[in-house]
Design a protein around this ligand. Structure first.
Ligand code: FAD
Length: 512
């Protein structure tokens, strides 16, 4: 067995450069540790979408050594405090709530105080107060377009949990700068042939412009092309199209009407007849896109829906068109090659799992790194972990669609048909009809979305947990009512304490 002394990463999008920079830090590339080379094609662009993130990104940026102000400046980034889901339960114009919120902050749980979910289900927060609004003050703050922190809170810290929106192209450039400063060698060349050895491992990668490249470990970050893991090694792709239907996207970059326009501090996910529209506020523009199912809607109807949503600001813009492969490879690490990013899989933009999965994979590779060259046990563990993580995300995303009460189009009727649910999701929902979900329903290391996220979406989608025997021990109603009242008061206080979102960004940039 030969110890691994060098890594070759193929691909220079978010996956390639995030993995390169993160591993350079973890493996000590600049201090004579494992050498890292990244090869990227100048002929094949990066996908250039993927502007919404999950709070884990703060830990990743900090681990790479990127300061928060530098990141905000370089990537036109803004603060994301969650996602507002418009018209997912019922279509526009129907009586009942027209939106719900998935905040990033956990439900309030003061030491010694009761867990609030069962009391909320028992009506103690009042008959009409939505779950996310009853248990955190984050929606009150984000609705008022205030930020999650104050300027003096320090890098990546703040009283409310948060992630970011950013410009994907500029993010890859920032990561490339940091990766190279950390010792990653960059090669601009297109891989056009891959040789395998007798055991079926990668022996060499041939490029058009830079000759032959070899390494102890290859990381495939070549996007949907999956040049190594798919084309060369043939690791099968499991499509999830029968569960998650969207497979096309149209994306536009829409300037603000005024340079000082307020910036939303959450993603707006607006349900459409055959998919949904994302609306993401950056510093100088909004990123807006329609993701839809080609089985339920044609491209021109999808474009009309996007233009209707944006209004006259879209008149002079033409959308980028993308085709999505929805699914993942169950075996993401084959012999001496591991896939990260779109090459490993993609489960649609909802809930920003794409970059989160890149962070997970880079972290696992760094933590489990097979220094001695024995990749087989690490590969087995990595594959089991990632397969389970993808499967849990599939269920979490399906929850958003499957619980709809919409029957206005075939897309929503098909989504609510239990035949399109996975068995594991059906099982969970059956349990949660009889009692509320709780932490121990989840194996938390494997889940990307914590139990609270499931609760926010379940009850945002108006899922019904039947009253029953589980309510018998609930004898702390008075305390719970006080807690709900305190959260409402703290919301008003937070609005005085936390600056408007655009002001917060300007203040942080001015101080840097
Ligand atoms: P790419 O960006 O496609 O990069 C591929 C790289 O490989 C490029 O550098 C290319 O030059 C190189 N390459 C390819 N072939 C070769 C070759 N033969 N030789 C040399 N180099 C090669 N994720 C989120 O987290 N949040 C979101 O909001 C989100 N929204 C999305 C919306 C849409 C419509 C789509 C499609 C994806 C979205 N994603 C989102 C996913 C996210 O965009 C990706 O996970 C992320 O950008 C990583 O892409 P990548 O680096 O794997 O691939």
């Amino acid at each position: 067995m030969t110890p691994i002394q060098d890594i070759l990463i193929v691909g220079g999008g978010t996956a390639g450069w995030l993995t390169a920079a993160f591993l350079a830090r973890q493996l000590g590339t600049a201090q004579g540790g494992v050498r890292i080379t990244l090869v990227e094609s100048s002929d094949i662009g990066i996908i250039g979408v993927g502007e919404g993130t999950f709070p884990s990104i703060r830990g990743t940026l900090s681990a790479i050594g990127i300061g928060e102000a530098e990141f905000l400046q370089a990537c036109s980034a803004t603060y994301k405090q969650g996602i507002r889901f418009d018209h997912w339960v019922r279509p526009p114009g129907t009586p009942g709530a027209d939106h719900y919120f998935h905040p990033f902050s956990q439900p309030s749980q003061r030491p010694g105080a009761p867990e609030l979910l069962p009391y909320w289900l028992g009506g103690e927060a009042g008959p009409t107060r939505a779950f996310a609004e009853a248990v955190t003050l984050q929606k009150a703050v984000a609705d008022a377009r205030h930020g999650p922190k104050r300027v003096g809170d320090g890098d990546y810290l703040g009283p409310l949990n948060y992630a970011y929106h950013f410009d994907a192209g500029r993010f890859a450039t920032l990561l490339a700068t940091h990766g190279q400063a950390l010792g990653v060698r960059r090669v601009i060349a297109t891989v056009d042939r891959v040789d395998l050895d007798e055991q079926g491992a990668i022996a060499a990668v041939h490029t058009r412009e830079a000759g032959t490249l070899t390494a102890g470990l290859y990381i495939d970050c070549s996007g949907f092309r999956a040049r190594l893991i798919g084309e060369a090694l043939g690791s099968p792709f499991s499509s999830m199209r029968d569960v998650l239907f969207v497979d096309r996207a149209l994306a536009m970059q829409v300037p603000y009407a005024r340079p000082d326009a307020p910036i939303a501090s959450y993603t707006i996910a607006s349900a459409q007849e055959s998919g949904w529209i994302w609306d993401i506020g950056l510093q100088e523009r909004r990123g807006i896109g329609h993701v839809y199912s080609s089985r339920h809607c044609d491209d021109s109807d999808a474009e009309r829906a996007l233009r209707r949503y944006i209004g006259p600001a879209a008149d002079d813009l033409s959308p980028r068109r993308l085709t999505l492969d929805i699914g993942y490879r169950e075996t993401q690490w084959v012999k001496n090659c591991v896939a990260v990013g779109l090459a490993g899989g993609f489960l649609e933009p909802l809930e920003s799992s794409g970059i989160g999965l890149i962070e997970t994979a880079a972290y696992l590779i760094g933590q489990l790194f097979p220094f001695n060259g024995d990749t087989a046990p690490v590969a087995r563990h990595f594959n089991a972990f990632m397969k389970e993580r993808y499967a849990r995300i599939v269920d979490f995303i399906k929850l958003h669609y499957g619980l709809t009460q919409r029957t206005d189009t075939a897309f929503w009727r098909d989504n609510a048909d239990p035949a399109s649910f996975t068995e594991s999701l059906k099982e969970k929902l059956a349990m949660w009809r009889c009692r509320p979900p709780q932490r121990l329903d989840f194996i938390t290391d494997v889940e990307m979305y914590l139990p609270a996220s499931w609760q926010y979406v379940l009850y945002g989608m108006e899922f019904k947990t039947e009253p029953g025997a589980w309510m018998a021990p609930l004898n702390r109603g008075e305390e719970a009512r006080r807690e709900f009242a305190t959260i409402a008061q703290l919301g008003a206080h937070a609005l005085r304490d936390l600056p408007p979102h655009r002001t917060l960004i300007e203040q942080i940039l001015a101080r840097s």
